[in-house]
Design a protein around this ligand. Structure first.
Ligand code: SME
Length: 165
C-alpha cells in the first residue's frame, strides 16, 4: 500500500519537491499510462490544497482531447483542440494559467465551483499527446511556482510510463 506522507513544506518549491518525491515513489513499480494517470490524479487531488479537480485529457485524434483518469466531479468528455483552457494549452504546446476562469472567454465550465485553472501539456517526442488539468475553487490559486511544480510532476509521469503500445 502506498502511504501518502504529510507534506511539511514551507514554500511552494519545497512543496513541489516533496510532491515530486512522492510521485516518483508512487509510480516507481508501474509503467501503465492509465494506471499511473489514475494514481497521480488521486495524489494531486488529495495533496494539493484548494483543488477541486485534477486529471488528464488525452489526444485521441489530431483535433480532439478525450477525458482520462481524474479526481473530482464528473467532467466534459471531449474538448476540441484550441477550445477551452485545455484545448488552448494543447494547441500552444505550453502551459496555460488562468487566474479567473470567468475572465477567460472560452473557458469550458465542468464544475461551477472552479475559479482558477492550470493546464500543462503532456509532450513526448516533440508532440503534445494530452494535458494535465488542475482546477481550484479559489481565484488566483496558481502562480509561476505552481506552473513549474506541475510541469515537473507531468515530466515524472511521462518518463515513468511506457508509451510503446
Ligand atoms: N475548464 C476546462 C475543461 C475541463 S474541466 O475544468 C475538468 C477547459 O476550459 O478546458
Amino acid at each position: 500500500m502506498f502511504a501518502m506522507t504529510a507534506l511539511t513544506h514551507t514554500t511552494k518549491p519545497e512543496f513541489y519537491a516533496e510532491l515530486c518525491r512522492q510521485l516518483n515513489a508512487l509510480l516507481s513499480h508501474e509503467t501503465d499510462p492509465i494506471a499511473n494517470a489514475a494514481n497521480m490524479s488521486a495524489l494531486l487531488f488529495h495533496a494539493m490544497p484548494d483543488v477541486n479537480w485534477a486529471g488528464f485529457y488525452f489526444l485521441q485524434t489530431e483535433t480532439e482531447l478525450v477525458l482520462g483518469p481524474f479526481q473530482g466531479k464528473p467532467a466534459c468528455v471531449r474538448i476540441a483542440i484550441g477550445r477551452g483552457v485545455c484545448g488552448t494549452a494543447a494547441e500552444r504546446g505550453a502551459s496555460v494559467l488562468v487566474d479567473d476562469v470567468q475572465a477567460f472567454s472560452d473557458h469550458i465550465a465542468c464544475d461551477a465551483d472552479s475559479r482558477s485553472e492550470l493546464v500543462v501539456p503532456l509532450i513526448r517526442a516533440g508532440g503534445v499527446f494530452g494535458v494535465l488539468d488542475i482546477d481550484s475553487p479559489v481565484a488566483g490559486r496558481f502562480d509561476a511556482d505552481d506552473q513549474a511544480g506541475v510541469e515537473a510532476l507531468a515530466a515524472i509521469y511521462i518518463a515513468g510510463s511506457d508509451w510503446s503500445e
